[in-house]
Write a protein that binds this ligand. Structure first.
Ligand SMILES: *Cc1c(COP(=O)(O)O)cnc(C)c1O
Length: 219
């Protein structure tokens, strides 16, 4: 498996302004080291324990992104080092990240996850929930978290028009949010199967796993 070649091919095909998050979940340290040696510094994981283990084992200049659903009781394990949390979809979680970040005297960057897929997943906010969260008194008081953008996942389908529609919707939500939070800058959308469409629709952060590291083997 040619991790270096895969990385080069993807990086060669996307604009320089798009950040590539190498999604290394389930993959062994040596695969991450291989990507690191090829120059990759941003890695995404979806389990806090696995990410923490890898943070301990691998070079310290890696930026670790938590891309999966976050359980409130595990936030404490990543608060010391995580550089971006993609999947924030409740005020409760944001409060916990704030609390734990404070203990380490850090400000942790977060993306709010929006529910754009037609699929009935339980994760992600709708427009009304986003508005409620941002206008709440508690949100205004959080000092150790910073919302820097939005994240979303399109429906798992072969229907490219549907995927495009969902990404367009997220971009619109991002542009609308920018009117109230002018400092937001990151729109995390696109995975191995749909990142070209995502970039066409305005993504500036893509999360790519299998196209870099090969198919995952869940046991
Ligand atoms: C696993 C995962 C990815 C990467 O998926 P690939 O199809 O392997 O590129 C991206 N985003 C999230 C949230 C994931 O859980």
């Amino acid at each position: 498996m040619a991790i270096k070649e895969n990385l080069e091919e993807i990086l060669g095909s996307i604009p320089k302004t798009v950040t590539l998050v190498a999604v290394s979940k389930t993959k062994p340290d040596q695969d991450l080291q291989e990507a690191y040696d090829a120059g990759q510094r941003v890695f995404g994981e979806n389990k806090i324990q696995e990410m923490t283990q890898k943070w301990e084992n691998l070079p310290k200049d890696i930026q670790w992104h938590m891309i999966g659903h976050v359980q409130t009781n595990k936030v404490k394990y990543m608060a010391e080092y995580v550089s971006l949390v993609h999947g924030v979809d409740s005020l409760k979680l944001l409060k916990e990240i704030d609390k734990q970040a404070k203990k380490h005297n850090r400000i942790v960057d977060c993306l709010l996850q929006m529910h754009i897929a037609e699929e009935d997943t339980k994760f992600g906010l709708d427009d009304a929930e986003l508005r409620d969260l941002l206008s709440s008194e508690i949100f205004g008081k959080l000092k150790n978290v910073q919302v820097v953008g939005l994240m979303g996942m399109a429906t798992f389908t072969d229907d490219k028009n549907q995927i495009r529609r969902e990404f367009k919707q997220l971009k619109k939500q991002f542009d609308t949010l920018k009117e109230t939070l002018p400092n937001i800058h990151t729109l995390s959308m696109g995975m191995s199967g749909d990142y070209e469409i995502a970039i066409e629709e305005g993504s500036n952060m893509i999360r790519i796993g299998s196209s870099i590291f090969g198919a995952r083997n869940y046991q």
